[in-house]
Design a protein around this ligand. Structure first.
Ligand SMILES: [Zn+2]
Length: 374
C-alpha cells in the first residue's frame, strides 16, 4: 500500500516538475496602483484576462494616474482592459477614465448606474457627455448584486451595487455574526454607499474590494449573517477612512492581509488602524503611502509602505496629525507626482499568495491555511 502511494506520488511530482519547466507560473496578479489616495486596482488572470477597478483622479492628476495604470497594465503584458468597473462617481475613482481610455482600449464598462443623489456638476457633465462617448463602441453594463463578471480564468461576483447587497450568502458563507450589535450611523456621503463591490476568487484564493462602501452597507453584507465568509485579502478599504471599515465587518470577514489605498494625508485613520490590528487572523497591512493622519504611532513598518513624497523629509512625525479644516485655506497634502510604485499580489490556485512592494522589492509569501481552518 505504502509503496503504491509513493509510486503515485513520484509520478505526480514528476508531472508537476515537468509542467513547471514547460510553462510560466500561472498566477492571478493584482496590481494596486498608486493614484494618490484614489483607487486603481488591476486584476490579471493567468490567461491574461483583465479587470480594472477605478481609474484614479481627474483634473491635474488624470495624466499622472492614467500613466501609472498603463505602466502596470504593460508590466502585466496587457494591451487592453477587458472589464472596467467604475465603483462610484467620485473624482478619485472615475476621474482618470477618459485619459486612460485614450491610451488603452477598454472593452466593457461596468458601473452602478446614475447616482441617486443629484451629483456635482462635473459628474453630471461627465455622465451626460463624456461617458456615453467612452462606451459607445464597447459593452456597458449596470451591475446588480449577484452578477458575475466574466473574466477568463477567474470567478468575479458583484456583491454590492447602487446601495443594494447580495441577498444570499456566497458559497460556504452564511454563518451568524456575533459582532453585529446595532447598525452603525454613518455620516452620509453621496454615492460612496452605492459602490460596486467585487468578490474575486482564483482556486482557493479570495479577495474583496468594496470601493468606498460605507459602514451601514458593510453591516447589511455581514449582519445578522455573514454573507461574504472569510477572505485572504481586503483591497481598497475606502482609503482607510472611518466611514468604512467597521469592526463588525472587518472582524467578520477576517482578512489575512489588507492593502490600503490611502494618500499622504488621506485615510489611515487611527481608529481604522486599530480595527485592522485587532482583527482575528490578521497578518499584515500594506499601505500605498505613509499617512500623516496615522503618524508613526499607528502606521506599519516602512517596509510595507510603497510610496513616499517628492520632498521626502528625513524623519516622519510620530503623533497622528490633525486633518486641517476643509476649504480653500487648507494647506495641500505633501505632494507625490514623481516616480510611483505599486503593491502586487500574486496568487496561486492552491491559496498561496505573495505580496510585493515594488519600491523596495520586499516580498512576503502567505502559505495557504490548512483545510478546515477558514
Ligand atoms: Zn474614494
Amino acid at each position: 500500500m505504502a509503496r503504491t502511494f509513493w509510486c503515485v506520488a513520484a509520478v505526480a511530482l514528476g508531472a508537476v516538475i515537468a509542467s513547471a519547466q514547460t510553462r510560466p507560473a500561472k498566477t492571478l496578479d493584482i496590481y494596486v496602483v498608486d493614484v494618490e489616495g484614489g483607487n486603481a486596482t488591476l486584476f490579471v488572470s493567468p490567461s491574461g484576462g483583465s479587470l480594472l477597478m477605478d481609474a484614479g483622479n481627474g483634473g491635474a492628476g488624470a495624466a499622472r494616474d492614467a500613466g501609472r495604470i498603463v505602466e502596470a497594465a504593460k508590466a502585466a503584458g496587457l494591451t487592453q482592459i477587458d472589464h472596467m468597473v467604475v465603483t462610484h462617481w467620485h473624482g478619485d475613482h472615475y476621474g482618470g477614465l477618459a485619459e486612460l481610455a485614450g491610451r488603452m482600449p477598454i472593452r466593457h464598462f461596468i458601473d452602478h448606474g446614475p447616482p441617486t443623489a443629484p451629483p456635482a456638476e462635473a459628474v453630471q457633465r461627465f455622465l451626460q457627455t463624456t461617458y456615453p462617448e467612452l462606451h459607445a463602441n464597447a459593452r456597458h453594463t449596470i451591475a446588480r448584486p449577484g452578477d458575475a463578471i466574466a473574466v477568463a480564468g477567474l470567478s468575479v461576483r458583484v456583491v454590492t451595487s447602487n446601495g443594494d447587497v447580495i441577498g444570499a450568502p456566497l458559497p460556504g458563507a452564511g454563518r451568524p455574526n456575533s459582532l453585529c450589535g446595532s447598525p452603525p450611523s454613518v455620516k452620509f456621503i453621496p454615492d460612496d454607499h452605492e459602490s460596486v463591490g467585487a468578490y474575486v476568487t482564483f482556486g482557493r484564493f479570495t479577495a474583496l474590494h468594496l470601493g468606498d462602501l460605507t459602514s451601514n452597507k458593510e453591516y447589511e453584507l455581514v449582519c445578522p449573517t455573514n454573507r461574504i465568509g472569510t477572505i485572504d485579502v481586503l483591497l481598497g478599504l475606502h482609503h482607510g477612512q472611518d466611514t468604512s471599515n467597521s469592526a463588525p465587518f472587518v472582524h467578520a470577514v477576517r482578512p489575512r492581509v489588507a492593502i490600503m489605498n490611502n494618500g499622504t494625508r488621506k485615510g489611515g485613520w487611527p481608529e481604522v488602524m486599530k480595527t485592522l490590528f485587532t482583527s482575528p487572523r490578521f497578518e499584515d497591512l500594506w499601505q500605498m503611502h505613509f499617512s500623516l493622519l496615522s503618524g508613526q504611532e499607528y502606521t506599519v513598518p516602512g517596509v510595507f509602505i510603497a510610496n513616499g513624497v517628492d520632498d521626502q523629509p528625513g524623519a516622519l512625525p510620530i503623533a497622528p496629525q490633525p486633518l486641517p479644516p476643509p476649504g480653500p485655506g487648507a494647506p495641500p497634502p505633501p505632494a507625490h507626482n514623481g516616480p510611483a510604485h505599486w503593491i502586487k499580489v500574486s496568487a496561486q490556485a492552491d491559496g498561496t499568495f505573495t505580496v510585493t512592494n515594488a519600491r523596495n522589492g520586499f516580498s512576503k509569501v502567505y502559505p495557504p491555511e490548512i483545510q478546515g481552518t477558514r
